[in-house]
Design a protein around this ligand. Structure first.
Ligand SMILES: [Zn+2]
Length: 894
């Protein structure tokens, strides 16, 4: 399963940290009794969290057969669910199945009706004859009206008359029980069959092979699908709609793409690499794609990015790229490979319990890295992984820290966070780093083939690695998987020319030396380091690099190492290859950092050097970073150089960024746009306004230019406000289109014009029903941000709007409302959030609302005085920047 990126953002709106906050006792208001903070982190476990285990098994489910008829206009369906069960022991006379809000009509074993009881959550069956040796067949007749979860009806209404008619399902994690009675946990694997009656002009797609598609009377058609390999209930699926079917093939296996009619080109453009990916993953996992077909169905209003139902993945139709969006194709390609990777990790090898879901989500996230590396090269792969690590680090820093494997939660869906996905991917990468490419592949082959069509826990991965390679990596799993956290390294390097000695000191700053081993957070790792030498003439662009590599065992809070070397190295690299999940702070002399930025063959090490240089500041660092932004061959490094230049408050940095706006890579241009917006000068405003007005080939770059203007027109650029407002109204009128990226950029820009009442009014207009959903959700979220500088009356009216919106039941609307309220600075938001948390049937929304309440509490602490201080600080910074710029110019002249 993968969250849409838009959802990630609303889950985790950027936390604005006040530099002054730690001195304010007000910020430590304990609204919740569980508000136990550790270094500003909340606890992952919310009130009501308990340990979760799979239930006892009365037997092994062998087969599930759903025979259903859909009544789409009435948003209901009815039919029979037949479960074949092989009892574990004889004499069982009672069975408990999961069945939420299902109208159970009868339960039969053979021809005999059985007594049953149903409480809206579970179905209890009293068997008239206790189980014997033979399998028994339970036939459960049932119907469902207006299902709240599990199976979703999508269709046109008065506000959205053009919406297509579709039906789709979403089982993960525990929602299959909302559309059929079942033993709903991943430990039970069975074959399955779905036969479904639909209106004759719609198509039904499901798991496995198509047995038949026959007419039924004048108006209906019956589709019959059969999945012959065992899989868990959460992967059973059904997708119904008037789709265009695009046919492709890999190794004689049909590969089909289903999209709304009229979007055939977008479909091929977005999913067309699937056969190459199947070849790649079959080889990487050492196991040929295991199912008789692979279908990908793009559906409307999908609540996730994608879902890896066995051999029938569902994807959000928002992943479909038009011709121009193909320039920014990376997210779609990652989504496609992620869901495909699950066909092995998740579907073929099934997790036994949600607490081990990282095995599949980490592997699927890591497949994005592996595919990027294969398709775009090693540097791109490394940079992709760095950003995965950063996403995890940010959650760890600002939200909570938890072990990747834990069974303590309120609902399993809470586990689907950045520890599960991104940290999981980093763990796979570390395993690869320790074993090397060849043995890593061998270990994965062993794990997949030994556990195909079975369930696994984390220990099975450790055992497969040991079986295949002889290596016992239990220590790594202990530190990174079964416990929270990662090492925070501070590395200093110095050269002693008198004795030709390099000194390296490494501190693990997270370590608590005074605590016992079980609590001291110390890591014991072998980290490769290297001394880099440049050959060839200085000044020549292509200087050859040679590296002398050593391995350090780091197992103390602070360790120093001395290396006698023949001559002074040009630069020093810590963690060569960057396989270790960590944070690192480099304390090297400026010259070594500059040389590393220019010459380290590893782009991640160059990025670390860029960050360290920017911390030093000054004209020297600015020039080095400007050089990197212009000359580095890798686009990711140029992006990072732009980001670091944005932190250097010198006008020379702004000049470099203006030059960066012309980069050939759209991603670099976008970073330059965002970087430049930190310089509120007439020149940078002019350059950005030009892009916002005239456009950029890339949607995202253009949207960024539109977005940042709103935040620039305060202080000295205040008189440009009306100009920007006009531009925003024009964009909102004229630039509708692909996923509403451009218009959402205008909405986000408006949300930064916090003291402008008109901005709040325009945003409010776009929260109306009838506005395209992507734009509407952006507007709902923006209401929160824009509210913070408005008058009390305006804030009151925004609260009223959000309260009304919180009554809508659509999952994504509720998430947007909670996200908006979480950004507000008024106690009124708490009441609405608490009501939302109390009423929503959705554990995800409940968690987001509960966390948003905590955020508002924190926001309330930042009272007026602090705000004023912050504004004054901004003013001082601006003046300081001007002075420093003038000073450096003077220095240059003298
Ligand atoms: Zn996934």
């Amino acid at each position: 399963m993968r969250y849409p990126s838009i959802l990630w953002k609303s889950y985790f709106p950027r936390v604005i940290t006040l530099a002054l906050s730690s001195s304010l006792p007000l910020l430590r208001m304990n609204y919740f009794s569980f508000d136990a903070e550790e270094n500003g982190r909340k606890s992952f476990e919310l009130p009501g969290a308990t340990p979760h285990y799979n239930p006892d098994r009365p037997g092994q489910v062998q087969h599930i057969f759903l025979d259903l008829a859909l009544d789409i206009p009435k948003q209901s369906f009815a039919g029979t669910c037949t479960i074949t069960l092989q009892p574990i022991q004889s004499g069982i006379d009672r069975l408990t199945l999961d069945a939420v809000d299902l109208n159970i009509e009868s339960v039969r074993v053979g021809e005999v009706a059985q007594p049953f009881d149903c409480d809206g959550q579970q179905l209890q069956i009293q068997l008239l004859e206790p189980t014997g040796e033979d399998p028994l067949q339970l036939a459960i007749a049932y119907s469902v009206n207006n299902p709240q979860r599990g199976l979703y009806f999508v269709g046109p209404d008065e506000h959205y008359p053009d919406k297509p008619t579709q039906v789709w399902t979403q089982g993960e994690d525990e929602d299959s029980r909302f559309w059929f009675p079942c033993f709903d946990y991943p430990g039970q694997l069975a074959t399955s069959e779905i036969r479904v009656k639909v209106p004759k002009d719609l198509m039904a797609i499901s798991n496995g092979e198509l047995v038949s598609a026959k007419k039924a009377g004048k108006n209906y058609k019956i589709y019959h699908w059969h999945q012959k390999q065992v899989h868990p209930t959460y992967l059973m699926t059904l997708a119904v709609g008037d789709f265009a079917e695009l046919k492709d093939k890999w190794n004689k296996i049909p590969v089909n793409y289903y999209v709304e009619k009229g979007r055939e080109d977008d479909g091929r453009r977005s999913m067309g690499k699937t056969p190459q990916m199947m070849a790649f993953l079959s080889q990487k996992y050492g196991y040929s794609y295991p199912y008789p077909k692979y279908a990908q169905v793009c559906v409307d209003d999908f609540i996730f990015g994608g879902m890896e139902n066995t051999s029938s993945t569902l994807l959000t139709d928002r992943c479909l790229l038009d011709e121009r969006a193909a320039l920014d194709n990376a997210r779609t390609e990652s989504l496609v490979v992620h869901e495909l990777a699950h066909q092995w990790f998740g579907d073929l090898v099934v997790i036994k319990h949600w607490s081990h879901a990282w095995i599949k989500e980490g592997a699927a996230s890591y497949s994005e890295v592996q595919w990027t590396e294969q398709e775009y090269g090693k540097d791109d792969g490394a940079y992709y992984l760095l950003n995965e690590a950063r996403n995890y680090l940010s959650e760890d820093r600002s939200r909570y820290r938890r072990p990747i494997v834990t069974n303590i939660y309120r609902e399993a869906i809470e586990l689907y966070d950045r520890h599960l996905y991104e940290k999981g991917a980093c763990v796979y990468h570390m395993i690869r780093g320790i074993l090397g490419d060849e043995l890593f592949d061998k270990a994965i082959h062993t794990f997949v083939s030994d556990n195909a069509h079975k369930t696994v826990e984390t220990i099975d991965l450790i055992r497969a690695i040991e079986k295949a390679t002889g290596r016992n990596l239990a220590f790594l799993f202990d530190r990174y998987v079964f416990r929270g956290g990662h090492p925070d390294f501070k590395v200093s390097y110095a050269w002693d020319g008198d004795s030709n000695l390099a000194k390296v000191t490494v501190k693990q700053t997270q370590a608590k030396a005074d605590k016992p081993a079980s609590e001291n957070d110390l890591f014991d790792l072998k980290i490769p380091i290297a001394f880099g030498y440049l050959k060839g003439k200085k000044g020549k662009k292509k200087q050859e690099v040679s590296q002398k590599i050593f391995h350090l065992r780091l197992d103390q809070p602070e360790q120093s190492f001395y290396f006698p070397l023949e001559k002074k190295p040009n630069f020093f690299s810590f963690d060569v290859g960057n396989y270790t999940l960590k944070t690192v702070q480099l304390e090297y002399p400026t010259d070594e950092l500059k040389a590393q930025l220019q010459s380290d063959p590893d782009p991640i090490s160059r990025i670390d050097a860029a960050i360290a240089l920017a911390k030093k500041g000054g004209l020297d660092a600015t020039n080095a970073l400007a050089g990197s932004l212009t000359n580095d061959p890798f686009w990711g490094m140029r992006v990072e150089a732009a980001k670091q230049l944005a932190k250097l408050k010198l006008n020379q940095a702004a000049d470099a960024l203006i030059a960066g706006l012309k980069d050939k890579d759209a991603r670099v241009r976008r970073a330059a746009v965002e970087g430049l917006s930190h310089f509120k000068t007439a020149d940078s405003y002019k350059a950005l306004k030009k892009i916002a007005t005239k456009g950029d080939p890339s949607y995202y770059t253009e949207a960024a230019a539109i977005r940042v203007l709103g935040g620039m027109v305060s202080g000295r650029l205040k008189e440009k406000q009306s100009e920007v407002l006009k531009l925003y109204q024009k964009v909102l009128k004229e630039r509708a289109g692909w996923n509403e990226v451009l218009r959402s950029g205008a909405i986000a820009g408006l949300s930064r014009m916090k003291t402008t009442p008109t901005a709040a009014d325009i945003i409010a207009e776009y929260t109306q029903l009838g506005v395209p959903q992507a734009l509407r959700l952006a507007a709902i979220r923006a209401l929160g941000a824009v509210s913070t500088g408005q008058t009390p009356d305006k804030v009151e009216s925004i609260l009223e709007q959000l309260e009304a919106l919180s009554g809508e039941t659509f999952f994504l609307t509720q998430v947007a409302v909670a996200s908006a309220l979480g950004q507000m600075q008024t106690a009124g938001a708490i009441a609405i959030l608490s009501a939302l948390a109390g009423q929503t049937p959705d554990g995800r929304v409940r968690r987001i609302a509960d966390e948003a309440v905590q955020k508002v509490q924190k926001n309330l602490g930042s009272d007026k005085a602090v705000k004023q201080l912050r504004e004054e600080l901004e003013q001082l910074k601006q003046e300081n920047q001007d002075l420093k710029s003038r000073l450096t110019k003077l220095e240059a002249k003298t």
